[in-house]
Design a protein around this ligand. Sequence first.
Ligand code: NAD
Length: 491
Amino acid sequence: MTTSIADTAPLLIGGELRPATGGATFDVLNPATEEVIGRAADAGREDMDAAIAAARTAFDTTDWSWDHAFRARCLRQLRDALQGHIEELRALTIAEVGAPHMFTTGPQLEGPVADLGWLADLVEAYEWVTELGESEIMGVRSNRSTRPEAIGVVGAITPWNFPNQINFAKIGPALAAGCTVVLKPAPDTPLIAAAVARIAAEETDIPAGVLNVVSSSDHGLGEQLTTDPRVDLVSFTGSTATGKKIMAAAAETLKKVFLELGGKSAAVVLDDADLNSACFMTALNACTHAGQGCALTTRLVVPRERYDEAVEAAKGAMAAFAPKDPNDPGAFCGPVISAVQRERIEGYIALARQEGGTIEIGGGRPTGEGMERGFWVEPTLISGLDNSARVAQEEIFGPVLVVIPHDGDSDAIRIANDSPYGLSGAVWGTDPERIEKVVAGIRTGTLGVNGGQWYGADVPFGGYKQSGIGRERGREGFEEYLEIKSVATPA
Ligand code: NAD
């Protein structure tokens, strides 16, 4: 990279790295220190318009969408170029996102970069034409085939919590499928997206206009992507509230929407489980990246008769994984992204108290060295409430876990499903038959059993109910970016 993170991060439009029209910029803060770490180009509507036009032209006038071998080569080139800058990207991810260092070796950076290679392999192995054979209809004999094709221009709108994971989970399969892309990153994390844009522009053969990156402090530019008729698909990750607006806005031009939304996932502990490890691991999970993960388990559903024991085990994990400087290799829980997010979390903790809950540990701001500034929240365990409490129903997006009692396996399934969301979850137990019944009963897109990890390039991820529409990653995630054309020729 030829820039330092203190430079203004540019837009990438039509192959050109450039400032916003009029030169507007906005500051980006390090959430662990509140220091300004850089400035991002603050695009306006005309910049977004130019990016959409560039993506449309690249899709309609180049051979990007049908040259599968070239795309596979570009994806590997991008992966290799990113890997060549991995330490700069790591430092930027930690500084901009507040992501603990250890997660940058996985989903916060290295995982999704490596996964571009998996997509390149998929492009090469994919059956781009499937022969259906001969048939006769009303005296006409025909040879039929199906041909999956790129859907067109993709508007990718992403949040701030795992920006690399989510940006690449959209850019990767969209480019692999032959689409062109306009990526609009979240206003809190534009720098890491701009760094990727710079590497793609300067160090790969990805043609001009195929990948465009438009940062802005204005959420309205996301909305512009959802209404512009030149955009064929909107691929969105973010809150359920925004997802609903996007679906409504996209209806006017009837574009396909792909939505990865919020969650309130339950970890169900059966009465034959190793209770201590189940509760410890669930509390640890809830503290991961200060609870800013849509698929983290934030409801701990335990046998009523062992409730107190469960609270003690979860408390132990929260005490052991107190927030730390994200640069510390041992950090598990860093800061939250912003003052606004901290206020929102603190509002929920106050609400838990008003609802009659007990704060077993945490509930305030940590006072450790270096935490005088930055957006810190103590891992917080709430007991004494049932699943109808607002803190058990609504997504908090902070290091907050609610412990809820159940009265047997069916009751535990009922509680897990008593949520508008259906993103993820966990099951802990011993008897395989009982575990299978609970796995079948919980209506979510992913489930981990006894600590099993579903995260991987080949594993589809997404939600039931109000957690979203469609699947990201895996073969299914790639196919979201395809249309199917059926063709018949005389036999
Ligand atoms: P958000 O919904 O506020 O914003 C996400 C993105 O949408 C941002 O880029 C924003 O600028 C843009 N946006 C805002 N309003 C828009 C509109 N009307 N039209 C188009 N774009 C608009 O979410 P956030 O606060 O950035 O992220 C946190 C949320 O994301 C949480 O609810 C979390 O659960 C969810 N999330 C879900 C997943 C998943 O895969 N299911 C992953 C990570 C985060």
